[in-house]
Design a protein around this ligand. Structure first.
Ligand code: NIG
Ligand code: FE
Length: 397
């Protein structure tokens, strides 16, 4: 396919989205083979099937690098309770929060969980998402963690989308291990990680480093197993407080540190040294009425790449719109539209350890979005509009 008459946000330059006006993109099978201006199209590509986009904008296919999209039930009741004064932490301590989703996820069948996840996945696909990350972490027993990961993998067989799976066994301490977090890590979390890896179900390992979840020593024990298995790590950290998670993530060369509202300038420096991405999740910030802003300027100062994701989950971020996540990253966190677009493309790819997605240049996977807009800032600026024209996944419309 040869896409012609395009405004291309290649994201190859540091300024102005790497825009190419009057551009064209040649695709060979599932890869981008050439990008340039209309005048420079090599003869060899002139015979390809043409797709005239009539001046529309083309961006890389979008990437949602942090989701918990497989889960049972919903938490609308807790939303009400929070509006009546309960805090997220109060609810978690009272056995609600993540634990109520664990109960619902354990009870639900594979088929039900898959069908419900697919409705949310479809919403993301409809906005041009071509790659999502999906975490386990609502099972907290071997059977249910494996069930979640198998469903996550199955999403890619059911829909035109790629999925990266992340093992999040260290998400919360289940009721049957209340007060025995260390025993949970040793008896359930680590053996389940080894089993899931043996079944080829894990692309990365995550944890929740927080007062209401696990401390750095407990997460480190899980990360040591990840290292042993050759798996990259990432971490939910500095979401509600700072107990040293970003520093731990940096020590393990994490792909990303996620949430990071309570991260410090020193944390940003550590993440820069380890080459980790800071993943900001404005949907969770918004839903929990958080007021502590992530240290965006420190990330900029230290050249920490910033990614943006939905964090789609039933508790802290019931959000299945990557475009709204981008808008919120701008309005709430003051990211520029260029930073926000990088956050759901190139930097999202990097947070997943994916090298061949997120920019428009030869060799990259042919995942592209054609938008009914003229300038990329329009994607971040509108609220509740979906200007997608065509989504191209692995070279196919
Ligand atoms: O990313 N922070 C921990 N985990 C999820 C929330 C999970 C939940 O509340 O169900 C998050 O915000
Ligand atoms: Fe999360």
């Amino acid at each position: 396919m040869l896409l012609t008459n395009a405004t291309i946000a290649s994201l190859e330059d540091n300024d102005d989205f790497g825009l190419i006006h009057a551009g064209a993109i040649a695709l060979g099978h599932d890869r981008i083979v050439w990008v340039g201006t209309m005048q420079d199209i090599p003869q060899a590509y002139e015979k390809l099937t043409k797709f005239d986009v009539e001046g529309r904008l083309i961006t890389p296919g979008l990437i949602d690098c942090h989701t918990h999209i497989v889960f049972g039930g919903n938490r609308a009741r807790e939303f009400e309770m929070r509006l009546n004064g309960a805090s997220y932490e109060d609810l978690a301590k009272a056995g609600g929060g993540i634990m109520s989703t664990v109960t619902a996820t354990r009870q639900a069948s594979h088929e039900t969980l898959l069908a419900q996840a697919l409705t949310r996945v479809d919403a993301l696909i409809a906005q041009g998402v071509c790659l999502i990350e999906v975490k386990s972490g609502y099972g907290l027993d071997q059977e249910t963690e494996l069930k979640m990961l198998r469903i996550a993998k199955q999403i890619a067989a059911e829909r035109p989308i790629d999925v990266k799976t992340t093992f999040l066994g260290a998400h919360a301490v289940p009721a049957e291990y209340a007060g025995r977090a260390d025993a949970y890590i040793d008896d359930v979390c680590i053996p389940t990680l080894r089993q899931a890896h043996a079944e080829n179900l894990v692309d990365a390992v995550d944890g929740f480093c927080e007062g209401i979840a696990f401390n750095v020593d407990q997460i480190a024990r899980v990360f040591d197993v990840a290292v042993d298995l050759g798996l990259p790590v990432k971490l939910h950290t500095e979401q509600l407080s700072n107990i040293g998670g970003s520093q731990l993530a940096a020590k393990y060369g994490a792909l990303s540190a996620d949430h990071v509202e309570y991260a410090t300038d020193a944390d940003a420096q550590a993440l820069a040294q380890s080459g980790s991405v800071a993943v900001v999740l404005p949907g969770a910030f918004y839903t929990l009425s958080e007021t502590q802003l992530p240290p965006i300027q420190s990330f900029r100062d230290h050249n920490v790449p910033i990614a943006v994701a939905t964090d789609c989950n039933p508790g802290s971020s019931p959000l299945a719109s990557i475009l709204l996540a981008m808008n919120m990253a701008c309005t709430l966190f003051r990211l520029t539209p260029h930073e926000a677009l990088l956050g759901i493309t190139a930097h999202g790819a990097r947070a997943l350890g994916v090298q061949d997605q997120g920019r428009i240049k030869p060799g990259m996977l042919a995942n592209l979005c054609v938008w009914d807009v003229h300038h990329p800032s329009e994607l971040a600026y509108r609220i509740g509009f979906n200007p997608i024209h065509t989504r191209i996944f692995r070279g196919s419309r």
